[in-house]
Write a protein that binds this ligand. Structure first.
Ligand code: FNR
Length: 344
């Protein structure tokens, strides 16, 4: 397992950890939820469950697509699957295109089913692949849904990246022909309302906005190419909060997953208050696995989920839907974004 592709997967993990900043700017700092002193609720009243693609899940939280494709990342996938199974959370695997090219690497993805037999697992593939490829990756991990990632900015920074981005026809075919739900996903650059409209026009019913503010693939890929860096793109893209505000422009909305910079339960609460159906977390989970160990990460995640429930109480939200009823105040910068984009 020493191919160039496997090496790249290992590098992504190491560099995501290298650039991980716990106290860094998060776009969720631009949003305040107003305190209410009389929630009239008990912790035992709070229902954290929600429906996600026809399945009831314990929390509206997704362990996001990250990895697989090398020996090290296969082990990480096994740990992520254990976490997902223990916490009853849905999880996505990282891009499986490497296993389509080198079938021997598929075990680094299928390992998730050894630890998470019945949980919700989401397959992952880049846009531009055929319907057959999409079917193959879904079958590989007996997936309940497929994420197709769209990552133009990342590819353009990568010296070995793609240079052709005619994706909509292939995406439409995949959406039409697959027998599992298809989620179209960014990788940390966010989406505008217009992008989501284009996706909905070809039948897409679920998007993962994956905005700027957390793991930055501009930063990661720039570090991998020490010459001719495009570091001026390190801040490219819409933040996750900006992407969520963009969705207010849509008259009909798809299922919305918000990821990109979600680290604390309060970040997730804010994402849901801004209209997300599910909040996804990648880099922060990875950071705990690498910086501590499996057991400490499991404890961290269990506490994280307990705190999420407490914050539902604090915000007077008996159900996940109630989170949408929050009174919020935006920072001047976010408010200016909303004004300039004609978002009310
Ligand atoms: C990712 N992400 C990602 N996304 C995807 O659709 N396919 C992939 O293969 C990967 N690979 C990957 C590797 C690593 C190491 C990380 C940290 C992330 C992107 C991820 O799913 C998410 O969209 C972004 O990382 C933003 O979320 P966070 O990290 O800020 O929580």
């Amino acid at each position: 397992m020493t191919s160039q592709q496997s090496h790249r997967k290992d590098e992504h993990v190491s560099l995501a950890e290298k650039f991980h900043r716990p106290a860094e700017f998060s776009s969720f700092d631009q949003v305040r939820i107003l305190h209410q002193s009389l929630p009239e609720l008990a912790l035992s009243d709070i229902d954290t469950t929600t429906l996600f693609e026809q399945r009831r899940i314990d929390y509206p939280i997704l362990i996001e697509a990250m990895t697989g494709g090398s020996e090290r990342t296969g082990k990480l996938n096994a740990q992520l699957a254990q976490l997902a199974a223990t916490a009853h959370l849905p999880m996505a695997v990282g891009s499986q295109s490497v296993a389509l090219k080198e079938p021997a690497l598929s075990s680094t993805f299928t390992v998730v089913r050894n630890y998470n037999h019945d949980g919700m697992v989401i397959a992952n593939l880049g846009a531009g692949h055929s319907v057959d490829d999409a079917r193959a990756v879904v079958e590989m991990v007996s997936a309940d849904a497929l994420q197709v990632h769209i990552n133009v900015a990342q590819e353009l920074i990568m010296p070995e990246g793609d240079r052709e981005f005619y994706w909509l026809d292939q995406l439409a075919a995949i959406v039409a022909k697959l027998n599992v739900p298809v989620i179209v996903k960014e990788v940390g650059f966010g989406m505008t309302a217009k992008t989501v409209q284009k996706l909905m026009a070809i039948g897409v019913t679920a998007v993962d906005l994956s905005g700027r503010g957390g793991t930055s693939f501009a930063q990661i890929e720039n570090f991998r190419r020490p010459e001719k860096e495009m570091t001026y793109l390190n801040d490219w893209g819409l933040t996750t909060t900006e992407s969520l505000l963009e969705m207010r422009k849509l008259s009909t909305r798809p299922l919305i997953i918000a990821s990109g910079g979600i680290k604390t339960p309060l970040d997730a609460i804010k994402a849901l208050a801004l209209g997300a159906d599910i909040a996804g977390m990648a880099g922060e989970v990875l950071h705990h696995l690498i910086a501590t160990d499996y057991n400490a990460t499991e404890q961290w995640l269990i506490h994280w989920l307990q705190d999420f429930k407490r914050l539902m109480l604090l915000t007077g939200s008996k159900t996940v839907r109630d989170l949408r009823k929050q009174s919020m105040v935006f920072s001047p910068e976010l408010e200016s974004f909303a004004r300039q984009r004609f978002i009310s």
